[in-house]
Design a protein around this ligand. Structure first.
Ligand SMILES: Cc1ncc(COP(=O)(O)O)c(C=O)c1O
Length: 433
C-alpha cells in the first residue's frame, strides 16, 4: 500500500493558515498584531511596537487606523454596504469616478478588486479594443524586471523567474525591453536608456497591443528606478507606433513618487492606468483601471462581441469607494506630506554611504532604496535580507528587504523622529553584519 507522506510543518505557524509568499519550513512565523496606529504596529507577544516602514506591503498610505477614513467607512456601512454595480450607481462611486477622472484626465473608470485585477482589466481592454476596431494584434511588450501581479495575465506580464516558473507553459508570450535602472551619481544612465528605447523601437515595428510600464519605480523587481525623461521617451515612441501605453500605478500612485501619480512627473498621458494599494488609503481592497474615452468608444456597439464582458462581485463596493474618497480628501488637504518626503530621506540616506557594501543608492519621492553587496550574492533569495529583517524587528523597525535590496516606503504620516529612528536602526543593524 502506498504510504501517505506528510511533512511535519513548522509547529510555530498557525495550523489553519496558508500565508502568502512564504515557505513556512524556513521562515519565522507571523507576528501577531494587536492593533496599529499611524506609522506604528503594536504586537502581542512580545508586547512591543514596530515602525511599519513599508506601509504593510505598500498599501497603508495615511497610517494605520486613520480615524477620518475609518469614520467614512463606518458612515457608509450604515447607509449602503454593497450593491450590484451592473444595475445600480451610488453616490460614493459617482464622486470617486468624477474626482479620479479629473485628477488623471482619463475619462472612464472600470472598478475591480486589487492590483492584479486592475492590470488584468487594462490588458483585456487593450487587447479587445484592437479587435473591436477590426485589427488582430497579439504582441504585448513589458520590461525586464517587471512585476504586475499574480493572476495569470498579470503574472505573464511580469519577469519570468522562480516565482512563476511552475506556470510557464500556461503563460502567453510577452516581448521585453531592458529597464534602465538608475541611482544617485549614475554615469551610464543615458546609455542604458538609449539601449532600451532602441530595443523598444525595434519591437514596436510589429503592431503591438500595448506596452505596460511601472512608471518611475519597479517595485517588487527591486525598487529599481528610472528617470521621468525615460518614461516620456517611452510614451512618445508608443504613440508614434500607434500602440497603447498602460501605466501600472498600483504601487506608484497616490503620492508615492512625490507627485499624485508617477506619470505626471514625466508629463505624459497614458491610455490606460491601473491603480490599487493606496487607493483606499490601504483600508480596503479595490482596484481601478482608468481608460481614455477613445479606448472606451471602441466598445460601443450593439454587436454583443464588442462588449467588455468582465466584472467582479464587489465591483465599486461602496465601503471601498467611501474609503477612497476619504483618502483623496486627506491627500488634497496635505499634499506636502508626499511632496516633502524625498528631501527628508536624503540626508539619512547620504549618511549610509559610509558602509562600503552599500551600492546604487536611489530615491524617488517617498521611496528610498539601496543594494547591499555582501557575499557576492544578489537577488531575492539572498539570505542577507532575512537577517536584516530579523535584526531590525528586534530593534523596533519592520522592513522587508527584497533579497539584497533594502528599501523604505513609509506611510505619509511618518514623523521626522520615526524616520530618523528607522534609519538609525538600519545603521545599527548594518554595523552588526
Ligand atoms: C506594480 C504592481 N502591480 C500590480 C501589483 C499587484 O497588486 P495586488 O497584490 O493588489 O494584486 C503589485 C503588487 O505589489 C504591484 O507592485
Amino acid at each position: 500500500m502506498k504510504s501517505l507522506v506528510s511533512k511535519t510543518p513548522n509547529q510555530n505557524w498557525h495550523p489553519n493558515i496558508w500565508p502568502p509568499f512564504t515557505q513556512i519550513t524556513n521562515s519565522k512565523p507571523q507576528i501577531e498584531v494587536s492593533h496599529g496606529k499611524d506609522a506604528l504596529l503594536f504586537t502581542k507577544d512580545p508586547k512591543t511596537e514596530l515602525i511599519d516602514a513599508i506601509s504593510s506591503w505598500w498599501v497603508t498610505l495615511h497610517g494605520h487606523s486613520n480615524e477620518y477614513i475609518a469614520d467614512a467607512i463606518f458612515d457608509q456601512a450604515k447607509s449602503l454596504e454593497q450593491v450590484i454595480f451592473a444595475d445600480f450607481l451610488h453616490p460614493q462611486a459617482k464622486k470617486l469616478a468624477e474626482r479620479l477622472s479629473k485628477l488623471t484626465k482619463l475619462e472612464r473608470l472600470f472598478f475591480s478588486d486589487n492590483g492584479s485585477t486592475a492590470v488584468e482589466v487594462a490588458l483585456k481592454i487593450a487587447f479587445q479594443s484592437w479587435q473591436n476596431k477590426g485589427e488582430k494584434r497579439t504582441q504585448i511588450i513589458a520590461f525586464d524586471g517587471a512585476y504586475h501581479g499574480d493572476t495569470f495575465g498579470a503574472m505573464a506580464l511580469g519577469e519570468r523567474n522562480i516565482f512563476n516558473e511552475n506556470f510557464d507553459n500556461l503563460m502567453f508570450p510577452v516581448m521585453r525591453a531592458p529597464w534602465p535602472s538608475t541611482w544617485l551619481n549614475d554615469q551610464e544612465v543615458e546609455k542604458k536608456e538609449n539601449e532600451s528605447i532602441e530595443r523598444l523601437e525595434n519591437l514596436l515595428k510589429t503592431p503591438t497591443v500595448a506596452v505596460i510600464i511601472e512608471p518611475l519605480v519597479q517595485g517588487a523587481g527591486g525598487m529599481n528606478m528610472v528617470r521621468p525623461e525615460f518614461i516620456k521617451k517611452v510614451s512618445e515612441i508608443v504613440k508614434i507606433h500607434n500602440s497603447l501605453l498602460i501605466a501600472d500605478e498600483v504601487l506608484t500612485g497616490f503620492g508615492r513618487c512625490g507627485s499624485l501619480f508617477a506619470f505626471q512627473k514625466a508629463n505624459i498621458l497614458p491610455d490606460l492606468i491601473s491603480i490599487s494599494k493606496g487607493l483606499t488609503g490601504g483600508f480596503l481592497p479595490m482596484g481601478i483601471t482608468l481608460s481614455k474615452e477613445e479606448v472606451f468608444q471602441t466598445f460601443l456597439d450593439d454587436c454583443p462581441k464588442k462588449t467588455f464582458w468582465h466584472g467582479h462581485s464587489f465591483t465599486a463596493n461602496p465601503l471601498g469607494c467611501a474609503a477612497a474618497n476619504a483618502s483623496l480628501d486627506l491627500l488634497e488637504m496635505a499634499p506636502h506630506k508626499y511632496t516633502s518626503l524625498e528631501d527628508k530621506h536624503f540626508p539619512h540616506l547620504n549618511k549610509l554611504r559610509k558602509f562600503p557594501f552599500i551600492n546604487k543608492i536611489r530615491l524617488t519621492g517617498t521611496i528610498s532604496a539601496f543594494d547591499l553587496e555582501i557575499d557576492n550574492n544578489s537577488g531575492y533569495f539572498n539570505n542577507i535580507g532575512k537577517k536584516i529583517k530579523s535584526l531590525s524587528i528586534e530593534k523596533g523597525l519592520f522592513i522587508r528587504p527584497l533579497g539584497n535590496v533594502l528599501y523604505l516606503l513609509p506611510p505619509l504620516c511618518i514623523t521626522d523622529e520615526q524616520l530618523e529612528k528607522s534609519y538609525w536602526i538600519i545603521e545599527q543593524t548594518l554595523s552588526e553584519l
